[in-house]
Design a protein around this ligand. Structure first.
Ligand SMILES: Cc1cc2nc3c(=O)[nH]c(=O)nc-3n(C[C@H](O)[C@H](O)[C@H](O)COP(=O)(O)OP(=O)(O)OC[C@H]3O[C@@H](n4cnc5c(N)ncnc54)[C@H](O)[C@@H]3O)c2cc1C
Length: 383
């Protein structure tokens, strides 16, 4: 007789964890999801309504197969839940070539059959009159890319996972994890939960699970703003999602959805934060609004209206900005998925499937070599 009520514990039921819970439960596993908050929530890396989904990725051989499968799975999830999760708005990647290069991304994308168009500044201004770009800027347009409704996606995974029999313990931070040859135990204020296997997917909060698992991770505080637009040029349906690489750094953003304003965030330069430290609201630092407004004013000037909404969110960077997807070095029954480095939401669907494949079947069809934990071992902060 199996003395444990669960096959798999999922510790951290956010983007990756909730998706894994959904995939595991629909494949018949007895799953317990444990989260420190009540997902979707505003204390992790997954709030703020939208996330870009792009396929013409850097390190193409590594990421493009994952991005394509992720896209398929988002579509399947939409059909099952009968709700919109993915909007194919197109994504325009804009760059000042003096500061940024697309590298082999266009060729890599085409090799996988992903359409991309290379555009000069005049063509970008012609297609999207809301843009004010200097003549030397270049663009790479991905017509089949777009954005995901992130909190809605997590809520859908939660509903479908629970419908398939998964249990969720919310508002129960895991205080300690322990494992032996027979299983894994997670200690919370609600009690100790045990299962044969586990997924650790704690996002920016992995530091809380040390010393059980430890890898180099830098959590950051990332401000995001929504600015009122003075022109219909930025409206969803007319304006794409975008990335913008300039002398001032790397930005990304979304069209004005239903009058909510043009949303913009900055990918680099957030302030470091550690679990346990205060997490300051938007506006705590003068640069929160100023740096975002500055980019909008310069390159999308009619979208630099009133600040309609703002948010602060958590990134979690690994040193190479590649994910961790690996078994625990001492406990092969424990899978670790984290370090999504500010670009992981689009992959949450496929990472959930991979977690189920690895935990239930012991294998996946994806090459995960680039995501191994031992790549950090040589460095001073290695395991
Ligand atoms: C502002 C912003 C914009 C972004 N834009 C994009 C984008 O356009 N495209 C894209 O693909 N990605 C984007 N990202 C990145 C993406 O959102 C993240 O990579 C992804 O959400 C991380 O998923 P996760 O499951 O690792 O973390 P989370 O979704 O945060 O989940 C971790 C979960 O673990 C729980 N947890 C932590 N510790 C414990 C514990 N001790 N016990 C129990 N539970 C615990 C947390 O409560 C949380 O629910 C963006 C991120 C931010 C912040």
């Amino acid at each position: 007789m199996n003395a444990r009520p669960y096959d798999v514990l999922v510790i951290g039921a956010g983007s990756v964890g909730m998706s894994a819970g959904y995939h595991l439960a629909r494949r018949g596993a007895r799953v317990l999801l444990i989260d420190a908050f009540d997902p979707p929530h505003r204390e992790g890396s997954h709030h703020g309504e939208t996330r870009l989904i792009r396929h013409a990725y850097k390190k193409g051989r590594v990421y493009i197969p994952l991005a394509l499968r992720a896209d398929e799975l988002w579509r399947e999830l939409e059909r099952e839940a009968e709700t919109t999760l993915l909007v194919r708005s197109g994504v325009l990647n804009i760059a000042d070539p003096e500061h940024y290069s697309f590298g082999s991304r266009p060729e890599d994308a085409r090799a996988f059959g992903i359409p991309v168009e290379m555009l000069d500044a005049a063509e970008m201004r012609r297609r999207w009159p809301g843009l004010a770009l200097p003549d030397h800027f270049i663009g790479m347009y991905e017509p089949e890319a777009g954005y995901l409704y992130c909190e809605r996606a997590i809520a859908v995974c939660r509903r479908l996972a629970e419908a398939a029999g998964a249990k969720l313990v919310a508002n129960a931070p895991v205080l300690r994890v322990a494992a032996d040859g027979t299983g894994i135990a997670a200690e919370t204020a609600e009690g100790v939960f045990r299962a044969e296997k586990a997924l650790l997917s704690a996002g920016a909060w992995f530091g809380r699970l040390e010393p059980f698992v430890k890898f180099p991770l830098k959590p950051l505080r990332i401000p995001v703003a929504w600015f009122a637009t003075e022109s219909g040029d930025y409206r969803a349906g007319r304006f794409p999602g975008f990335t913008l690489h300039t002398a001032e750094g790397g930005f990304y953003g979304f069209p004005d959805i239903d009058g909510g304003g043009l949303k913009i965030g900055k990918h680099d330069g957030g302030r470091e934060w550690r679990p346990g430290e205060p997490f300051h609201p938007f506006g705590h630092e003068e640069s929160d609004e100023a740096s975002l407004r500055g980019a909008v004013r310069q390159y999308m000037p009619k979208a630099a209206g009133r600040l309609l909404r703002s948010s602060v969110c958590r990134y979690e960077f690994t040193p190479d900005e590649d994910f961790v997807i690996d078994r625990h070095p001492q406990h092969p029954n424990v899978l670790v998925i984290g370090g999504l480095s500010g670009h992981g939401f689009k992959f949450a669907s496929v990472l959930g499937e991979i977690a189920a494949d690895l935990l239930l079947d012991g294998r996946t069809r994806f090459d995960l070599g680039a995501f191994a934990l031992d790549r950090f071992s040589a460095g001073p902060s290695g395991l």
